[in-house]
Design a binder for this molecule. Structure first.
Ligand code: EPZ
Length: 429
């Protein structure tokens, strides 16, 4: 069983490189199924979600050639829609992108209901709405999603701003017959990245990054090369960690515009953030000010950086208010873990009221999901004493070399392999 062991109190100094965007990569890999030819993809994040999706593509008959740990050649010329590895599919949420890419390529789709981080209900009704509008029949039964139909262009007005549904409909529409329009589309940087990847492979998509995306269907997509953008949320995580621990860190290989909301919030808290063409410098040298944070679809404050900033707000002066406005369910399961470290946080529905200025003390805590896990590491770095974080496999899903990058900045963190704890009541305990 792997855990992180963290000795808190070190300030962070130095510079790190940000890896490729996870939420772009987990859509671009399934999108390669649409391409009749060889896709060369650079700047893939080296994380378990990337490996899982490449394995699923391989199970469909794709030829996968890793050129370096972060670049791959994918040849989907001879793929079929049968024999997907459903055990892998049900592990991650992004497997739903195979609905759009399988329908676009084969006119058939069979995937599992998506897995992924379990905070609140995460329906896929907007995905279904989009596929049906494009002419597919969608049937959900026994934990599987079945799709069938020759796709024709259509207009889809999303009832809720959804990253996944926006991308999935884009995937299905790019080889549908005729024109499609997605209204009330999500505008995240990774949506633009997926659209740019598809256009590089011969699709005709305009308006990605706005709330209206227009797609002219083309008969087929051809091979090509593409480099994935830097990960906005990975960068945000290190910016917030620096603010919480104090110190000065240059975060390289970023697109500063994608971080505008994070930079603005950290400046509001009293942190210095300097922007350069492809990096940001974060400097934090005195107690932070409490603030209010409300998560919103891009370009608002990202929900995927909500747990991390809540952990740091426990150390800021005054009371802070965090409102989770993207997910209906409560994305605050990690608050109980922070309370084990002494945090004073009250959760009322979508809102967390954070009492600042109370020092955290090290404890044994769990990573409830990917971003909650990152928040627990940040809390451990800010806390007095030793913190043990378990269930770190969640973190490894979405952060490349998290421990290595933090150690390079002076954090006292290490990955520890512990014997699996005997189950309670285990005779050999
Ligand atoms: C993507 O999830 C990301 N995951 C999430 O990141 C991220 O939190 C989320 O977008 C919002 O930015 C991937 O890209 C793999 P949504 P997704 O559809 O697509 C509701 C991480 O940590 N909704 O934008 O599932 C939904 O319940 C992960 O990297 C519907 O109601 O998110 C939520 O309240 C965690 N019906 C809201 O919309 C639908 O059909 C936004 O969800 C789809 C979504």
């Amino acid at each position: 069983m792997e855990q992180y062991r963290i000795q808190g109190g070190n300030r962070l100094h130095g510079e790190i490189e940000i890896s490729g965007a996870k939420n772009a990569a987990v859509a671009i890999i399934p999108a390669a199924l649409l391409v009749n030819g060889v896709c060369r993809i650079e700047n893939l994040p080296e994380i378990s979600d990337t490996e899982t999706l490449l394995h699923i593509l391989r199970s469909l008959g794709a030829e996968i050639r890793m050129l370096t740990p972060s670049s791959v050649e994918i040849d989907c010329t001879r793929v079929t829609w049968q024999n997907a590895d459903y055990d892998l599919m049900r592990k991650i949420r992004a497997s739903y992108y195979f609905i759009g890419s399988m329908l676009g390529r084969f006119g058939h789709a069979q995937t599992t209901m998506p897995g992924g981080c379990n905070f609140g209900v995460r329906p896929i009704d907007q995905h279904e709405k989009g596929m049906r509008a494009l002419g597919a029949s969608i049937d959900v039964r026994n934990g599987f999603i079945f799709g069938e139909g020759r796709l024709r262009g259509a207009e889809v007005h999303l009832d809720k701003v959804s990253v996944g549904a926006t991308i999935n409909i884009m995937l299905a529409a790019c080889t549908a017959e005729g024109k499609s329009i997605i209204r009330n589309a999500a505008r995240e940087p990774h949506i633009v990245d997926v659209a740019t990847f598809l256009n590089t492979m011969g699709a005709d998509i305009r308006g990605a990054g706005t709330d209206t995306i227009k797609i002219n269907g083309v008969p087929a997509l051809h091979g090509g090369s593409y480099t994935i953008i830097p990960d906005q949320i990975e960068a945000a995580t290190y910016m917030i960690a620096t603010a919480g621990c104090g110190g000065e860190v240059l975060i390289k290989n970023v697109i500063p515009k994608h971080l505008d909301c994070i930079s603005a919030k950290l400046r509001e808290m009293g942190t210095v953030v300097e922007e350069y063409p492809d990096s940001v410098l974060v400097r934090s040298s005195h107690p932070l000010r409490g603030v209010s944070v409300k998560t919103q679809p891009y370009p608002g404050y990202p929900t995927d950086a909500q747990p991390q900033i809540t952990a740091v707000l426990t150390q800021a002066r005054g009371t802070s208010i965090v409102t989770e406005d993207v997910y209906e369910g409560n994305r605050y399961k990690y608050v109980n873990e922070l309370r084990k470290m002494g945090a004073q946080i009250r959760v009322e529905g979508k809102t967390a009221i954070v009492e600042g200025g109370i020092p955290l003390t090290g404890a044994l805590v769990a990573a409830c999901d990917l971003r909650a896990g990152a928040a627990m590491v940040i809390a451990g770095l800010c806390a007095r004493g030793t913190t043990w974080v378990e269930d770190v496999h969640f973190i490894e899903r979405g952060y490349q070399d998290f421990v290595g990058k933090l150690r390079s900045l002076g954090a006292d963190i290490q990955l520890v392999e512990l014997p699996d704890r005997p189950l309670a009541g285990d005779a050999t305990a």
